[in-house]
Design a protein around this ligand. Sequence first.
Ligand SMILES: [Zn+2]
Length: 448
Amino acid sequence: MKKDKPQGQGILIKIIVLLFIIFMCGLIFIKFQQDNDPNRIIEEQKNEIFSNIDKTNTVKVTKFFTYGTHFNIEGTIDIVKISGIKIDFVDVVLKNLNGEEIATKADFNYVDNTLAFATSSEINSGINLEELSVNDYYILLKVTYSNSDIKYYALENSSEYQEINYYTISKDNKVNIYFDTYNETPYMYINVKEEALPEDVYDIAIDPGHGGRDKGSKFGEYKESEITLNYALKLKTELENLGLKVFLSRDGSESENEDTTSNMYDEDGRINILNASKAKLLVSLHIDNDKYNKEKGGIEVYAPSNSNLEFASNLAKNLVEHSGSYYSEMNSFKKADGVYVRNYTNADIEALNSRASKNGYEPYNITTSTPYLYIIRETGGIATNAYVDGRNKSYGTNKYYNSNCGIEAYSIQLGYMGIQKDIDNIISKPDSYIAGIVQSVKEYYNLD
Ligand SMILES: [Zn+2]
């Protein structure tokens, strides 16, 4: 009995020490968890980004859109001029939570304390959405002053658009662009995550010219609508072999009586279904017999206005090299070998305006930089000044005329129907022309 007491005390002390150690371990564990809590880390990184933003003023984003694979922003911000200090550079930066920056130099203009900027003057340049890796990005305006000061400004939405959802061509990524606020500071945001293409979204669209009742140009037994369809079906297979998802504006199942010209702006007409495909690239195939080129023939690629001509130039070159055909010698609208940009002329605009007043509708807002070819203009949304909004009652409506997600569209004249050597080459060597188109697509999107 006497010995029991100290023994019992010893056990009690041991238990107390053990409980204390367990308690301390618990504290250390909780602290460790707090330090590594992903939400807390994100919050700290977010704070870091937002604490570096100059809160004296905010950028008003007046326009944002995608065209093909590229994204562009336009906006303004009021900055009070400090005497002796100029603005040297303006960049739109994408900042991720690790503080890494992807900068795109913007064109800008600073007059009367207002800075206006645009990421690119070319609709198919700017920020390449294909190159963004899976991550979150805050979009900020970075202004570099002549005294080496650098200031970051937040972006708020002053446009009529809410967001953009974009699906990449080469990777299964979804890009979501939208606006939000953090502690009362507005921001523009890009989230890139892995997500496969939805069923109704395509990579590339092919438009075989004409169809149904409209046979296009004819030459002996040959009909343009039949040749372009044959080419489109072969091209679709070749592009699918590259792993691309391809949409056709018609596949030959249309009725011989269907009027594909006058139903173009119907709900299921060529223009609305092409826009609904959300493709990044569109090629329209033609072999016309145009007044401009009746004698000489050759290959012509029509490109959008205000665009860089990289794809168009390469396409014309690859078509000529593979098929053994030649560049058209037509000089009107010519920009480079085989490359054409056809816009409305002042005479065209006058004619359209007088038609509008005759038929009692408000004239369209058309300028000399509006694309003349409907297939290029009406699939590009606001980037190409699409305008068929239903005011002219003799047409239907392009539901996507005001879209801020445009398809980068090109119209190809494979040759001329009335020129014997063109038609001989087109009929005997379809695979060579198609190889030229496929190679151009591969090069443009860096596909293997
Ligand atoms: Zn045609």
